[in-house]
Design a protein. Sequence first.
Length: 349
Amino acid sequence: MANPNIRGDRQALKRTMDAIIEASRASKQESRPSPQSSLFAPVPSELPNGISELVFDVPAHKRLSDLVLSANLKESIEEFIYEFSHASLLREHSVEPRHTLLLIGPPGNGKTSLAEVIASELSLPLLSVRYDAIVDSFLGETANRFRRLIDYVAANPSVLFFDEFDAVGKDRGDSQETGEIKRVVSSLLVQLDRLPSHSVVICATNHPELLDKAVWRRFEVRVEVPLPGPSELKEWFQKFERSLGASAGIDAQEFADCMAGESMSEVEAFTLDVRRRLILSRGKLTPASAAREILGRWQRRLRKDLQSGNYGSEISGGKAPEGAETGKTNARPRARRNLRAEKDAGGAK
């Protein structure tokens, strides 16, 4: 007759083993890639030596819905993302997806953010190229570094981002440029042509007129990223006000008038100033009073700029655009804001 204690031990052992097996199955199920990420080959979590010093591995968390874009720009980006996401369907019909994108526009309007959005939406890592680590005084070493980087991206699908692309994509016909930069451009073009369509190349420039003619034809999609217009400014303000959970004390039209002609980075700086003021007041200020305080400070600064003639300095990072008359860039929107400020000040007396 079997010992009941032994039978009980066996049953307990069986229950334990069943639990371990079930836990293992659940773990495997959770580790499966999502349908979006399974479209692409797995990418190493850490960059290997020899690549890590050539690029910045940029965290990509922003989604397209986080940005405020003009209708045309949003449509172009959505089309690019949709097309690349359905690459397998295109290849079934012997058509490759477009995978090279040139972003053109003044600084501070979201070109880098768009690169992050595309990487995030496609579930691909974002690698931002470090020119200081790639360009070397020896042409052979520069070409070798470009080749090493392209080989890595070809084997590991990624979004390769060249910010300030005019720094390495300059016109080789410019007599003022050295022979070295011309050879760098030639090396870069050769390497870009080798990149397969399962990786994305995004280049951003504030000076498209400086790019080499051969560079232009390498980009299948060219998109202009302009300054935010009235509708984008109003949309941004409405999102900002919703995030506050209370009225900001000014209407969307007044905000759009105040920010007319400013870059999106300046617009974001304004709203961040309001948030900081609210936090540091420790509840002593309402969102409306904080917004009014920051708006007044902003208008005083604009009035000072208007009087000193420094309108153009903020538009081009402290230097007036080539060919533009100093003091006239963006003068009309700033003058309009100045008149509004004077009107507000007069009404407060």
